[in-house]
Design a protein around this ligand. Structure first.
Ligand code: 5RP
Length: 209
């Protein structure tokens, strides 16, 4: 099981400071959608250049033009790029084909997918690398989480790795781990902590068992 740190509400210098603090305890650093909107793919490039041993995920949440957008994120140094599960199959296939050419990986974000079981099974057959259940900020504000959805994809996904994101904190991590995803994604649970390093270290300890 791996730990991904999601950076959403920072600029590039702040992102570097957080990664410096927690780098030994994480496997993947995510350049979140708001960071890409504010800073562009330069944020991906700068983090990859400064932390080459970490995998960098560009959370582009691609909805169209999968091949082109994966190509641009790959050029910036991303190792993993996100595509939305609600996209057309042709968009996901385009993203997967380009990722194979560039030796990169595709994560499908299942945010707002209504029939998680059916769509996850379809997407699994498109050759993606990760399928991620996700309660976004707007769902979290309504008190929702994706713990049940994780159990659902664990049942139906046969090839891709499984991941979960959305409001995971140190206190809720044991429940997440008990469902055995391949990847746990944590943003505010680390970045909002007073001692980010201590929380990331405890999370790593729980995850690596
Ligand atoms: O993609 C995102 C929001 O769309 C976040 O990166 C993801 O939800 C993880 O952050 P948090 O743990 O703070 O919810």
């Amino acid at each position: 099981m791996e730990l991904q740190l999601a950076l959403d509400l920072v600029n590039i210098p702040e992102a570097k400071d957080v990664v410096k603090e927690v780098a030994p305890y994480i496997d993947i650093v995510e350049i979140g959608t708001p960071v890409v909107i504010n800073e562009g793919l330069r944020a991906v490039k700068e983090i990859k250049d400064e932390f080459p041993s970490l995998k960098v995920l560009a959370d582009l949440k691609i909805m169209d033009a999968g091949g082109y957008e994966v190509m641009k994120a790959s050029e910036a140094g991303a190792d993993i790029i996100t595509v939305l599960g609600v996209s057309d199959d042709s968009t996901i296939k385009g993203a997967v084909d380009e990722a194979r050419k560039q030796n990169k990986k595709i994560m499908v974000d299942m945010i707002n997918v209504k029939d998680i079981a059916a769509r996850a099974a379809e997407i699994d057959n498109l050759g993606v690398d990760y399928i991620c259940v996700h309660s976004g900020y707007d769902h979290q504000a309504d008190g929702k989480n994706s713990f049940e959805d994780l159990a659902t994809i664990k049942r139906v996904v046969k090839q891709a790795k499984t991941a979960i994101a959305g409001g995971i904190k140190l206190q809720t991590l044991p429940e997440v781990i008990s469902a055995q995803p391949d990847l746990v994604i944590v943003g505010g649970g680390i970045t909002g902590a007073e001692d980010k390093q201590a929380v990331a270290a405890q999370m790593q300890q729980l995850i690596k068992g």
